[in-house]
Design a protein around this ligand. Structure first.
Ligand code: FES
Ligand code: FES
Length: 160
């Protein structure tokens, strides 16, 4: 079957790729474009490891077709840091030791960024609900939640 030619924007850069009609965005990101920070945990929308932001919405890239990226703007984990400077959420996860194996971490970070983009001052309950779609088998969720809340507080302090 003929491949589809897709033009999209990934982490601010215009990007073109060819994909099969049934290929998921996760497969395209990892296998065609080498954005391997986006992980595959379940492949069925249950774990959040494959989270990316598409036109401002948090999505599971395993449930999105590569072809659906046409004309969209996508942010992956590789888009969070600014050169050598980590995103505040990344630094906070390090500071709180909010990871062990790290397999789930890209998804948590992308999800947390999507939350703070739309709600810069979330309550703990809001953080816990928002991250309910991201599963971690290694670490307690408390450190992750604390890292997100502390980032929000720091960013709020920087704004005022
Ligand atoms: S790999 Fe997409 S939700 Fe688990
Ligand atoms: S740190 Fe291992 S799955 Fe979360």
């Amino acid at each position: 079957m003929a491949k589809l030619h897709i033009t999209t924007e990934i982490n601010g850069d215009e990007t073109e790729f060819l994909c099969e009609p049934g290929q998921s965005l996760l497969e395209v990101l990892r296998d065609e474009l080498e954005f391997t920070g986006t992980k595959e945990g379940c492949g069925s929308g249950d774990c959040g490891a494959c989270s990316v932001i598409m036109d401002g919405r948090l999505v599971c890239s395993c449930l999105v077709l590569g072809a659906e990226a046409e004309g969209r703007s996508i942010v992956t984990i590789e888009g969070l840091a600014d050169g050598e400077t980590l995103h505040p959420l990344q630094q906070s996860f390090l500071d709180h030791a909010a990871l062990q194996c790290g397999f789930c971490t890209p998804g948590f970070l992308v999800a947390a960024k999507a939350l703070l983009d739309r709600n810069p001052d979330p309550t703990e309950t809001e953080v816990r609900y928002w991250l309910a779609g991201n599963l971690c088998r290694c670490t307690g969720y408390d450190k992750i939640v604390r890292a997100v809340l502390d980032t929000a507080a720091d960013m709020k302090g920087a704004r005022s």
